[in-house]
Write a new protein. Structure first.
Ligand code: ADP
Length: 373
């Protein structure tokens, strides 16, 4: 069975045709600068027609279309077959994800027009985290205000966290239902999730993807009083948004959002880079300790995404000093380069440390195929 996976951004459409049984990518591509001068298409509808042209005879083999949708609010707890009502529900969540959901919707509408005869499935970044208990998702703010504005922790990267947890269980050759895991998704955007018996019980992102770890351009956790202070100091809401989302995190501390640049600067003796890496790792250890406590035990820490999969030095830095908890990386295993899921702790370590490559497109393809069969 082949699933066509669509990840539609505000000015881009990423697509992949995946054979679910073999996990083979039959075809993939990207349209960029949609709606901009010299871009690949004037709008998402035209973009999707172009994608269909590129698919050629493969289009006839599509059994379902899987759409990445960023925000599913409190309503969507699992992948969902899209009809007009579901489309409207995703539109109603735009206030919670003003940049992402409209872009995702544009892709859904265009793809439903272009491929009207196959089932379309929405796979939500937030859905996996709907299993969190109220204690983990409730912010201790005025209940009336929170209820009026839908304010609570939702969490993101859920498709990745779930996929990686399942693959970690397979690698450990143990049922996911018996495992307590901490999954570190460390990419340009980063988040950490406590997974107990295959369910998310806590995660570092919140109402929005701004909370938690130090990221490429986002601050992660700050005292909310910082925002009030800056507002009173004359920054506008738009300026605050831009400071916290676009010019904070690693770029704010060092001038580059890319960890490869930051590590190179550190090697060259740059003091800003040294501090930034310390802040980055300090925040990760803060969450590892917190989630160890919330889980009441731990079988494995799992690294994934761009940084987690590719940087042995940053993996070692993230868990540095946690040997007393039973968390220790084996230096040789960590240094070995591989694209496969692997164990990087010693065989007799009390807690396993793993590297498990994520693949959100494949996860969306599997989710869509499970739903339409
Ligand atoms: P996205 O969140 O955009 O999907 P990725 O998961 O692809 O991001 O991660 C991209 C980031 O991974 C880059 O910005 C870079 O900081 C980091 N990265 C990739 N390879 C390496 C590496 N070898 N060493 C350090 N960092 C890396």
């Amino acid at each position: 069975m082949r699933v066509f996976v669509v990840n539609s951004g505000s000015s881009s459409i990423k697509y992949q045709l995946v054979d679910v049984e073999t996990e083979h990518v039959v075809l993939s591509g990207l349209l960029e600068r949609i709606g901009h001068d010299g871009g690949d298409a004037v709008d998402h509808e035209a973009g999707m027609r172009l994608v269909l042209e590129r698919l050629g005879s493969h289009a006839a083999s599509i059994a379902a279309v899987g759409h990445r949708v960023v925000h599913g609010g409190s309503r969507f707890t699992a992948p969902t077959r899209i009809d007009d009502e579901v489309e409207q529900a995703i539109a109603a969540l735009v206030p919670l994800a003003p940049l992402h959901n409209p872009a995702n919707l544009a892709g859904i509408r265009a793809a439903r027009l272009a491929l009207p005869d196959v089932p379309h499935v929405a796979v939500f970044d937030t859905a996996f985290h709907q299993s969190m208990p109220p204690a983990a998702y409730t912010y201790a703010i005025d209940r009336g205000v929170a209820a009026e504005h839908g304010i609570r922790r939702y969490g993101f990267h859920g498709t990745s966290h779930q996929f990686v947890a399942e693959r970690a269980a397979a690698l450990l050759d143990r049922p996911l239902e018996t495992l307590k895991l901490i999954v570190l998704h460390l990419g340009n955007g980063s988040s950490v999730t406590a997974v107990d018996a295959g369910r998310s019980i806590d995660t570092s992102m919140g109402l929005t993807p701004l909370a938690g770890l130090v990221m490429g351009t986002r601050s992660g956790d700050v005292d909310p009083g910082v925002l009030l202070h800056l507002l009173r100091s004359g920054l506008s809401g738009t300026e605050l948004d831009s400071v916290l989302n676009a010019s904070s995190g690693m770029v704010g501390l060092t001038g580059s959002a890319d960890m490869r640049d930051v590590e190179a600067a550190f090697e060259a003796g740059d003091a800003d880079a040294a501090l930034a890496l310390d802040v980055w790792a300090h925040r990760i250890r803060h969450y590892v300790g917190a989630y160890l406590a919330q889980l009441g035990g731990l079988d494995a820490v799992v690294f994934t995404a761009g940084i987690g999969e590719n940087s042995s030095s940053l993996r070692a830095r993230a868990l540095d000093g946690l040997g007393h908890l039973g968390l220790e990386i084996d230096a040789d295993r960590n240094a070995a380069r591989s694209r496969d899921a692997r164990v990087i702790s010693a065989d007799d370590a009390p807690i396993a440390v793993l590297v498990v490559p994520t693949d959100e497109e494949l996860a969306i393809a599997h989710a869509a195929s499970r739903l339409v069969h």
